[in-house]
Write a protein that binds this ligand. Sequence first.
Ligand code: TMP
Length: 205
Amino acid sequence: MKSKAKFLTLEGVDGAGKSTCIKFIKKYFLGKNFNYVFTREPGGTLLGEKLREILLHDKMEPETETLLMFSARNEHIHQIIKPNLKAGLIVVSDRFTDATFAYQSGGKYVQKEKINILKNWVHEDLKPDLTLLFDLPVDVSLSRLNSDGNLDKFEKEAADFHTRIRESYLTLAKSEPKRFEIINSNQNINIIEKEVYLALDKLFL
Ligand code: TMP
């Protein structure tokens, strides 16, 4: 196995097809014989997974939600992300701080300044090397979600909430074009697979 310590994050509206793309990313790393670890937020640690249950199902103030997201994230960074990067592994996190800007600020109007304070407190020294943003129109993502059933509290939100999230993500991507790669999730799966590989090539070749 080759050592390529990089921090990758996956983002997008609910129903954007991250799970399918995770399979492509794993295939790419295995093909290149890279050592990697997949993890997720909220979650990734024992405490983080307990917080995830609460965050995805319990009603709470948007600021409480923001603070709990960062509590889970602090554990995740100390127990999983940093130790694995230090050991030379690629760390892929299914969501990270961009999600807090998109969901809690874009979706629920928590002030960006407050999220920036938490971000600087919890991980001033840690930033993704690459963020794949899976993007698609909200009507498509919602129809995918509704055909799945068993929705969590975020997935049950109205279309305008998801629209604000999509717009927030696209604004974030525009502000950091070098870090973000936008993948159009509303196209043939073989094309999506190729676009994922091209984005990874830019980082790893
Ligand atoms: P997912 O694992 O299916 O993406 O679900 C995680 C949910 O949590 C998703 O709806 C986005 C939401 N979320 C936030 O609202 N803020 C955050 O900071 C993170 C990491 C996730």
